[in-house]
Design a protein. Structure first.
Length: 184
Protein backbone atom coordinates (compact mmCIF):
# COMPACT_ATOMS: atom_id res chain seq x y z
CA UNK A 1 0.00 0.00 0.00
CA UNK A 2 1.42 3.39 -0.95
CA UNK A 3 0.79 6.51 1.09
CA UNK A 4 -1.44 8.20 -1.51
CA UNK A 5 -3.73 5.16 -1.79
CA UNK A 6 -3.80 4.96 2.01
CA UNK A 7 -4.69 8.67 2.26
CA UNK A 8 -7.45 8.27 -0.31
CA UNK A 9 -8.92 5.32 1.59
CA UNK A 10 -8.63 7.17 4.89
CA UNK A 11 -10.33 10.32 3.59
CA UNK A 12 -13.16 8.09 2.33
CA UNK A 13 -13.52 6.89 5.92
CA UNK A 14 -13.55 10.48 7.17
CA UNK A 15 -16.33 11.29 4.70
CA UNK A 16 -18.41 8.31 5.85
CA UNK A 17 -17.93 9.18 9.52
CA UNK A 18 -18.94 12.80 8.95
CA UNK A 19 -21.95 11.92 6.78
CA UNK A 20 -23.38 9.85 9.61
CA UNK A 21 -22.91 12.40 12.41
CA UNK A 22 -25.97 13.80 14.13
CA UNK A 23 -25.86 17.45 15.26
CA UNK A 24 -25.54 16.35 18.91
CA UNK A 25 -22.56 14.10 18.13
CA UNK A 26 -20.43 17.09 17.16
CA UNK A 27 -20.45 18.02 20.86
CA UNK A 28 -19.46 14.54 22.08
CA UNK A 29 -16.09 14.44 23.87
CA UNK A 30 -13.36 12.72 21.85
CA UNK A 31 -10.35 10.73 23.10
CA UNK A 32 -8.29 13.89 22.45
CA UNK A 33 -8.22 15.60 25.85
CA UNK A 34 -10.26 18.80 25.82
CA UNK A 35 -11.64 18.26 22.32
CA UNK A 36 -15.10 17.27 21.22
CA UNK A 37 -15.85 15.72 17.83
CA UNK A 38 -16.16 19.16 16.18
CA UNK A 39 -12.76 20.27 17.53
CA UNK A 40 -11.18 16.97 16.47
CA UNK A 41 -12.55 17.35 12.94
CA UNK A 42 -11.47 20.99 12.78
CA UNK A 43 -7.97 19.92 13.80
CA UNK A 44 -7.96 17.08 11.27
CA UNK A 45 -9.05 19.36 8.42
CA UNK A 46 -6.83 22.19 9.61
CA UNK A 47 -3.86 19.81 9.46
CA UNK A 48 -5.04 18.56 6.06
CA UNK A 49 -5.03 22.13 4.72
CA UNK A 50 -1.65 22.79 6.34
CA UNK A 51 -0.07 19.81 4.55
CA UNK A 52 -1.74 20.87 1.30
CA UNK A 53 -0.65 24.51 1.47
CA UNK A 54 2.93 23.65 2.43
CA UNK A 55 3.04 21.24 -0.55
CA UNK A 56 2.00 24.21 -2.67
CA UNK A 57 4.90 26.28 -1.33
CA UNK A 58 2.89 28.37 1.15
CA UNK A 59 3.32 28.85 4.88
CA UNK A 60 0.50 27.40 6.95
CA UNK A 61 -0.31 26.40 10.50
CA UNK A 62 -2.42 23.47 11.62
CA UNK A 63 -4.85 25.67 13.54
CA UNK A 64 -7.22 26.94 10.89
CA UNK A 65 -10.21 27.70 13.13
CA UNK A 66 -13.67 26.41 12.25
CA UNK A 67 -12.86 24.57 9.04
CA UNK A 68 -15.92 22.31 9.00
CA UNK A 69 -18.41 25.17 9.25
CA UNK A 70 -22.06 24.32 8.56
CA UNK A 71 -21.36 21.51 6.09
CA UNK A 72 -18.80 19.04 7.40
CA UNK A 73 -19.24 16.71 4.43
CA UNK A 74 -18.45 19.47 1.96
CA UNK A 75 -15.46 20.58 4.06
CA UNK A 76 -14.05 17.04 4.16
CA UNK A 77 -14.56 16.55 0.41
CA UNK A 78 -12.82 19.84 -0.46
CA UNK A 79 -9.88 19.33 1.90
CA UNK A 80 -9.35 15.70 0.84
CA UNK A 81 -9.50 16.56 -2.86
CA UNK A 82 -6.92 19.34 -2.58
CA UNK A 83 -4.67 17.36 -0.24
CA UNK A 84 -4.58 14.33 -2.53
CA UNK A 85 -3.90 16.56 -5.54
CA UNK A 86 -1.00 18.18 -3.67
CA UNK A 87 0.61 14.78 -3.06
CA UNK A 88 0.04 13.73 -6.68
CA UNK A 89 1.71 16.77 -8.26
CA UNK A 90 5.14 16.25 -9.87
CA UNK A 91 7.92 16.50 -7.29
CA UNK A 92 5.54 16.15 -4.33
CA UNK A 93 7.88 13.69 -2.63
CA UNK A 94 11.06 15.70 -3.26
CA UNK A 95 12.78 17.98 -0.77
CA UNK A 96 11.68 18.93 2.71
CA UNK A 97 8.47 20.29 4.17
CA UNK A 98 8.60 22.84 6.98
CA UNK A 99 5.88 23.31 9.57
CA UNK A 100 5.68 25.20 12.84
CA UNK A 101 6.66 22.00 14.65
CA UNK A 102 9.60 20.95 12.46
CA UNK A 103 11.04 20.20 9.04
CA UNK A 104 10.72 16.77 7.46
CA UNK A 105 11.64 15.03 4.23
CA UNK A 106 8.55 15.05 2.01
CA UNK A 107 7.94 11.27 2.33
CA UNK A 108 7.94 11.63 6.13
CA UNK A 109 5.56 14.59 5.89
CA UNK A 110 3.20 12.45 3.80
CA UNK A 111 3.29 9.75 6.47
CA UNK A 112 2.58 12.34 9.15
CA UNK A 113 -0.36 13.56 7.06
CA UNK A 114 -1.67 9.99 6.81
CA UNK A 115 -1.19 9.35 10.53
CA UNK A 116 -3.21 12.46 11.37
CA UNK A 117 -6.14 11.33 9.22
CA UNK A 118 -6.21 7.73 10.43
CA UNK A 119 -5.74 8.41 14.14
CA UNK A 120 -8.26 11.26 14.20
CA UNK A 121 -10.74 9.13 12.24
CA UNK A 122 -10.32 6.60 15.04
CA UNK A 123 -10.87 9.37 17.62
CA UNK A 124 -14.13 10.43 15.98
CA UNK A 125 -15.37 6.85 15.61
CA UNK A 126 -14.52 6.07 19.24
CA UNK A 127 -16.29 9.25 20.42
CA UNK A 128 -19.53 8.32 18.69
CA UNK A 129 -19.38 4.62 19.60
CA UNK A 130 -18.51 3.24 16.18
CA UNK A 131 -15.81 0.74 15.40
CA UNK A 132 -13.46 2.03 12.72
CA UNK A 133 -12.14 -0.75 10.54
CA UNK A 134 -8.66 0.27 9.43
CA UNK A 135 -7.18 -1.65 6.53
CA UNK A 136 -4.34 -3.70 8.08
CA UNK A 137 -2.01 -2.57 5.27
CA UNK A 138 -2.69 1.07 6.21
CA UNK A 139 -2.27 0.29 9.89
CA UNK A 140 1.07 -1.44 9.31
CA UNK A 141 2.28 1.34 7.03
CA UNK A 142 1.73 3.95 9.74
CA UNK A 143 2.80 1.77 12.67
CA UNK A 144 6.04 0.69 10.98
CA UNK A 145 6.82 4.33 10.16
CA UNK A 146 5.96 5.45 13.69
CA UNK A 147 8.24 2.94 15.40
CA UNK A 148 11.08 3.81 13.01
CA UNK A 149 11.30 7.48 14.01
CA UNK A 150 11.80 9.24 17.34
CA UNK A 151 8.41 10.37 18.60
CA UNK A 152 9.57 12.20 21.74
CA UNK A 153 9.70 15.57 19.96
CA UNK A 154 6.10 15.11 18.83
CA UNK A 155 5.10 14.12 22.35
CA UNK A 156 6.91 17.17 23.79
CA UNK A 157 5.07 19.41 21.29
CA UNK A 158 1.79 17.83 22.45
CA UNK A 159 1.02 16.26 19.09
CA UNK A 160 0.98 12.74 20.55
CA UNK A 161 0.29 11.54 24.05
CA UNK A 162 2.53 9.14 25.91
CA UNK A 163 2.62 5.70 24.34
CA UNK A 164 0.03 3.31 25.76
CA UNK A 165 1.45 -0.19 26.22
CA UNK A 166 -0.32 -2.65 23.96
CA UNK A 167 0.68 -6.32 23.60
CA UNK A 168 2.57 -7.19 20.41
CA UNK A 169 -0.12 -9.80 19.75
CA UNK A 170 -2.89 -7.15 19.67
CA UNK A 171 -4.53 -6.17 16.38
CA UNK A 172 -2.61 -3.58 14.38
CA UNK A 173 -5.21 -0.87 15.00
CA UNK A 174 -4.77 -1.25 18.77
CA UNK A 175 -0.97 -1.12 18.48
CA UNK A 176 -1.22 1.88 16.16
CA UNK A 177 -3.46 3.99 18.38
CA UNK A 178 -1.48 2.94 21.47
CA UNK A 179 1.75 4.12 19.82
CA UNK A 180 0.19 7.54 19.31
CA UNK A 181 -1.14 7.81 22.86
CA UNK A 182 -4.65 6.39 22.71
CA UNK A 183 -6.16 3.69 24.91
CA UNK A 184 -7.51 1.06 22.50
Amino acid sequence: MDVISALEQSYDQTAKLVAGLTPAEFDTPSPCAGWDVRATLNHLLGATWMFTLVNQGQDADEDAGDVIGDDASLAVAAAAKENLASWRQPGAFDGDRSYSFGTFPAPGAAMLNLEEVVVHNWDVAKAIGQELVIDPAVGHLIYDWGVSIPLDGFRDHGAFGPEVAVPASAPIVDRLVGLFGRQP
